[in-house]
Ligand binder design. Sequence first.
Ligand code: AMP
Length: 443
Amino acid sequence: MDFNEFNFHPKIAAGIAKAGFETPTPIQEQAIPPILKKRDVMGLAQTGTGKTAAFVLPILERLNNGPRRTVRALIIAPTRELAEQITDTIRELGRQTGLRSLSIYGGVSIMPQIKKLRDGVDIVVACPGRLLDHIYKRMIDLSKLEMLVLDEADRMFDMGFLNDIKKIISHTPKERQTMLFSATMPDDIKRLCNNVLNDQVTVKVNHTAPANTVEHALYPVEQHLKTELLRAILRNTDTESILIFTRTKHRAKRLGEQLERGGYRAASLQGNLSQNRRQEVLNGFRKGRYQILVATDIAARGIDVSSISHVINYDIPDTTDAYTHRIGRTGRAAKTGDAYTFITRADEAIVRGIERVLGEKVERRKLEGFDYKKPGPANSTEFRRQPEQKKSRGRHSLNAARKGASVKSPKSAAYRGSASKPASGGAKRQSNYRKLINSQRPA
Ligand code: AMP
C-alpha cells in the first residue's frame, strides 16, 4: 500500500513526501480510512508505530476545508514533550495547508498561549492541566470542536489526569469525532472508551512492533563499575544516537556531566531543568548536536528521535512496562536498534519479569578485557544503598577505563524478532509505577 491510496489533498500529500514517508505503517493503514470516514477510533498502539501521523493526517485533510482560525481539532497528550512533538508533526505534514496549530502546557508563561489563541488557531495540542486553566479563564472556545484525540490515554490515566480529561470533554460538543490511542487497555481505559467513544472502530497493531527490530542484551555488572563499563561499551560499539536511562534525576545529571567531561557530546534531561533548557537539550539531541542523552523515565516520555540506535538502561527500570516504553525509543518505524541493560544481583526479579514479557531469555553479555573484579571506592556514598558495596575496598577511578576491550558476543540474530508485549503488570507493579510517576510528576 502507498499513501496515494488515501487520496489526500495535494497539499497534504506534499507534506507526506517532504517527511519522507513512503509506505504507511500498519497503524496508519488501519486507522486512517475510518478516521477519514469520520468514525470514532480506538487505537491500541504505542509510541514508535507511527500513530501520530495516523491521526494527524486525517485531521489535516478534514480541516483543510471549512472555516479557519477556530479550534476544530484538539489533541490531548500527557507531557509537554509529546505535545511539542505532535505539534511538530502537524507543522511538518501540514506546512502547505496554512492551518495554525498551538501547543498548550504548563511550566511556561500562559500569556503567549493566550495571545495565540486570541489570534486564532485551528488545532490545539494540550496537556490537561493548562488546558483546563484556559477553559476556566474562557480563553479557549471548544464549542466548534469537530475532532478530539486522546493520545497515550493509559499514560494520562497513570499520571492522574482522568478527571481533568472528563472535565475537558464536558466542554466539547457531543457530536464530535473522537479518537483514543493507548498502548495498553486496562479496565479504566476501557471504561473511558465506553464513555467517550461512539460506535468506534478498534484498530490494533502488534505491540511487538518496536521491539521486533530491537536486539536486547543484559550486561551483569557491579553497581560501582557501571560508568566504567558504559565508557568501555561506548568506545567499542558503533552508535548513532544513544539514550541512556537512569533511576533518578541526580544520577542522570551526574552521568551526563561525567560523559561530557569524558569528551562525549552528552547532555542530561531531568525534571529540574527549565523549560528552555529542556527544549534546547531535546533539539540538540534531535539534531545530533548531542550524541548521548541521559534521562529519567519521566523526562524521556514521548521523546521521538528516529535515529536512536541504542537505548542503554544504566539502571534497570522498576517495571516491565517501563522497559517496553524505554525500548520503544529505539527500533522505531522499522529501523533497528540495540537495547542494553546493566544488571546487578539485586535486579534478578525484574529481569525475570522482562524475560517473561519478551517470551525468552535475554542474552547476558560480557565485555572482553573489562575488569569486572575491580573493587569499589572505600568511602563513596554514591551507592551506599547497595549492600555489596559496603564491603568493597579500594580506589575508584572513572578515568581508569581499560583500553582494548571488545564486545565478546556479536549481535545475535536470535534476539531479533523476540516477541514483546507491554506487561499487563501485576497490581503491585502497577502501584509501584504509579508511585514512580507521582514522585516525579511534572509541575
Ligand atoms: P510515532 O509512533 O508517531 O511517535 O512515530 C514514530 C516515528 O516514525 C516518527 O519518527 C515518525 O516520523 C516516523 N514515521 C511515522 N510514519 C512513518 C511512515 N509511514 N514511514 C516512515 N516513518 C514514519
